[in-house]
Design a protein around this ligand. Structure first.
Ligand code: C2E
Ligand code: CA
Ligand code: CA
Ligand code: CA
Length: 279
């Protein structure tokens, strides 16, 4: 009926208005978040699959805002990206990650590697490469101790700047990692054209490998292909012992997931490294 139609219409416009309002509020709050010190960088262990030992960590950003409470990265990163705020926020993450990892290399694990996510918009910052170079120099941190995780979205922009930056960073010795491998449309052609060192098989493929033979075949093929191209392969989102065993059989190099540890603040991660190194 007409009445129903109007209610549905009202429902949708109300929902849309709420979405727009929340987005604007997030944007407004994001602008002051760095100054208010509301961000925290968490670390999730990356383990060597065969030895089952921590070899490094992925830095993952957390935001606890005084008005909105905790906001998930999947919600605020895209807004930070669209507004350009990700450039300053991303520098903060890089700086925190390298500072903390430098300490851990000195105290616990000389070969410790830290992975940092870099969004497309950060590559439009002309001083990204210089920023990273100076950061590494400041901490006497080897370039090979850092891995930059990028998704296909970074390469799809088609900007020549991206190609130049990636090549510069790669020539410096910084590791380049293809994140969420398998979820995009052109991962394969990008693997051929860019200086990747690592391939991260998306967790949506790992999820069902114990149940779904097709998923296991895809993961197995991705591992073989990555390794055939001379890349290291990381399985994301490993949650169970059964998944771990299958990945071991497939000779995957590294793994990450709740089975080995959730993302935690630096001090908590450090406790894990401390007890680990005493074993
Ligand atoms: P991502 O780079 O693919 O990061 C992996 C996500 O999977 C993280 O979610 C992590 O907490 C989650 N995860 C890890 N192990 C498991 C597992 O065993 N099971 C399940 N279900 N999930 C697992 P998180 O921290 O919420 O981050 C979401 C996304 O936000 C990231 O996806 C990344 O795209 C983005 N992000 C996070 N931090 C940063 C950052 O500092 N900079 C940029 N540019 N993006 C970031
Ligand atoms: Ca990542
Ligand atoms: Ca390289
Ligand atoms: Ca990922």
């Amino acid at each position: 009926s007409k009445e129903q139609g109007r209610n549905t219409y009202n429902f949708y416009t109300q929902k849309m208005n709420e979405d727009v309002a929340r987005r604007l509020l997030i944007e407004e709050q994001l602008r002051a978040a760095l100054e208010k010190n509301e961000f925290q960088v968490y670390f999730q262990p990356v383990v060597d699959l065969k030895r089952r030992e921590v070899i490094g960590a992925e830095a993952l950003l957390r935001w606890n805002n005084d008005v909105l409470g905790p906001v998930a990265p999947d919600e605020f990163i895209p807004i930070a990206e669209q507004t350009g705020l990700i450039v300053a926020i991303g520098r903060y993450v890089l700086e925190q990650a390298v500072t903390v990892a430098a300490g851990w290399r000195n105290e616990f694990l000389p070969s410790f590697r830290v992975a940092v996510n870099i969004s497309p918009r950060q590559f439009r910052d002309v001083s990204l490469v210089t920023f990273i170079r100076e950061l590494l120099e400041r901490f006497d941190f080897p370039a090979s101790g850092v891995e930059l995780e990028i998704t296909e979205g970074v390469l799809m922009t088609g900007h020549a700047m991206v190609d130049v930056a990636l090549l510069d960073l790669s020539n410096m010795g910084v590791g380049i990692s293809m994140d969420d491998f398998g979820t995009g449309y052109s991962s394969l052609s990008y693997l051929r054209s860019y200086p990747f060192d690592t391939l991260k098989v998306d967790k949506s493929f790992i999820n069902d490998i114990t149940l779904d033979q097709a998923d296991l075949q895809l993961v197995s093929a991705a591992i073989a292909m990555g390794q055939g191209l001379g890349l290291k392969v990381i399985a994301e989102g490993v949650e169970t012992e059964e998944q771990y065993q299958l990945l071991l059989e497939q000779q995957c190099d590294y793994a990450q997931g709740y089975l080995f540890g959730r993302p935690v603040p630096a001090d908590e991660f450090e406790k894990m490294l401390m007890t680990g190194s005493k074993q």
